[in-house]
Design a protein around this ligand. Structure first.
Ligand SMILES: Nc1ncnc2c1ncn2[C@@H]1O[C@H](COP(=O)(O)OP(=O)(O)OP(=O)(O)O)[C@@H](O)[C@H]1O
Length: 239
């Protein structure tokens, strides 16, 4: 089985410079891999580091040590040590990231927001539009809203626009940070179908799902993160 993601001994902590330089370790030598067509969920109590790990997989956070190998253009690239321009290329072609919240750009229509990742990859406007319309329809966004900027949309509507944007490209790797957090049961079912579809097309998926029902329906297995954080006294950090 081809590993799309290989996490090797990842360590990530934080130092709160404005709070006496207190440091604590959140991820302690985390290792796992995710194959093509596999959906893995991150499990663990609140504060155990699920979002920190997901952000590290997208190179939003820089771990102190360890590796995040991503299969990209028929070879592997380590996102911990990659140059910024390589990170941008991996994000454009290989990794999709769906967070809970849509980053709204004023005056850009919903259709353009959803189409943008496909257009950036060179997909024709016609094909991108068809794909965006299909996703918005499936996700029950009323057609009257498609030409409006989503800044005034409800939380659940914005979340569904964000999901449509995340699924408009068939990314080989998909990172999902609570994509169903503010959705009703009907829309959760749509998202479950989208996730299963992406998995069946070969995406390697890592997700955080607080909804146990959604988690059980999409997960092939879970990675457990422990709640225990190692605190490092400020004096020790400064030594
Ligand atoms: N940017 C940051 N700066 C400082 N501390 C942070 C930062 N991001 C996360 N943390 C800390 O790391 C720990 C893990 O946070 P994280 O959000 O990864 O947990 P989580 O498992 O996703 O929690 P939840 O289920 O509540 O969303 C928390 O104690 C949090 O305060």
């Amino acid at each position: 089985m081809t590993a799309m993601i290989r996490v090797d001994n990842l360590c990530k902590g934080f130092t709160l410079h404005n709070q006496g330089g207190v440091s604590y370790q959140v991820l302690n030598q985390v290792s796992f891999s995710v194959a093509r067509g596999e959906c893995v969920v991150l499990d663990g109590p609140s504060g155990s580091g699920k979002s920190t790990l997901l952000r590290s997989l997208y190179a939003n956070y820089k771990p102190e040590s360890g590796r995040v190998w991503i299969r990209h253009n028929d070879s592997e690239i380590d996102l911990v040590s990659a140059l910024p321009r390589d990170v941008i290329d991996v994000r454009k072609h290989t990794i999709g990231y769906v967070s809970q919240f849509l980053r709204v750009i004023p005056r850009v229509s919903t259709l353009d927001v959803v189409m943008e990742p496909a257009r950036r990859l060179g997909v024709s406007r016609e094909d991108s539009l068809a794909r965006a319309q299909d996703l918005l329809t499936r996700l029950n966004i009323p057609e009257r809203l498609w030409s409006l900027a989503p800044s005034t949309f409800s939380g659940g509507e914005q979340q569904r626009v964000n999901i449509a944007r995340g699924f408009v490209v068939d990314y080989p790797v998909l990172l999902l940070d609570e994509p169903t957090a503010s959705l009703d049961a009907g829309n959760r079912d749509v998202v479950v179908d989208l996730i299963r579809g992406a998995r069946n097309r070969g995406s390697a998926i890592v997700g955080i799902f607080h909804d146990a029902d959604v988690r059980n329906r999409v997960a092939d297995r879970a990675i457990a993160l422990s709640a225990r954080k190692t605190h490092v006294a400020a004096e020790e950090t400064q030594a």
